[in-house]
Design a protein around this ligand. Structure first.
Ligand SMILES: C[S@@+](CC[C@H](N)C(=O)[O-])C[C@H]1O[C@@H](n2cnc3c(N)ncnc32)[C@H](O)[C@@H]1O
Length: 197
């Protein structure tokens, strides 16, 4: 028997991908849910352009170039909201405000899944994550220029602790909040909007 963590069982689920970039995560969703209607939002026109090419000819994909933290989503308009490697760019208050907005944007029984970088519970954990990451990219074969660019990019990350983010999801109204996967500073966590109030 297949077990689903999602209460909603819409035949053609409406799926929103926040910070969709080139559409990698949305493509994974499409492979699991072939009937899904996908909405991709990203502030970068050039990233979404790559997604447009990826989904060329697919009539069930729409694109919005916008800052999702400022964008107004229609209440109850999505069955599933996903995001990967994007929300850590927001300040902590903006993350909390976004989680509330996403709760409202979901249909009852809908789910929000976030795969993102997280801060460690302690400074020692953060130092360990960074040490592991630096060792991994040093051994990756990337050029020094590419490594320097990665280090520079990560300097503007605003990672929040996993526990805090799960609390913010609960405070926004989500239930069954849980972390389904974690490896060093990468985590996949989710919350369910109850099917009945
Ligand atoms: C590291 S990329 C990840 C892209 C994609 N989700 C993936 O996993 O391949 C982060 C993306 O988030 C987008 N982004 C960051 N903050 C955003 C915001 N406030 N509103 C819309 N897009 C945002 C960036 O433009 C970028 O395309």
């Amino acid at each position: 028997m297949a077990i689903s963590l999602v209460a909603s069982d819409a035949a053609s689920p409406r799926v929103l991908d926040l910070g969709a970039g080139t559409g990698l995560l949305a493509a994974m969703v499409r492979s699991k849910l072939p009937q899904a209607r996908l909405s991709l939002i990203d502030m970068s026109e050039s990233m979404l352009e790559v997604a447009r090419q990826r989904f060329a000819g697919d009539p069930d994909v729409e694109y919005t170039v916008a800052d999702y933290s400022a964008h107004t989503f229609e209440p109850g308009s999505y069955d599933i909201i996903v995001s990967s490697l994007s929300i850590h760019h927001l300040t902590h208050p903006a993350k909390q405000a976004l989680f509330k907005k996403l709760y409202d944007a979901l249909t009852p029984g809908g789910v929000f899944v976030n795969a993102d970088q997280v801060a460690g519970a302690t400074e020692a954990a953060d130092a360990y994550y960074r040490q592991r990451w630096l060792a991994e990219i040093a051994a990756s074969g990337l050029s020094q220029a590419a490594i320097d660019a990665s280090v520079e990019r990560r300097a503007v990350d605003i990672n929040a602790k996993l526990g805090d983010q799960m609390d913010w999801l609960s405070q926004a109204g989500f239930q069954n909040v849980d972390c389904m996967y974690k490896y060093l500073d990468f985590a996949v966590f989710y919350g369910l909007k109850p099917a009945t109030p």
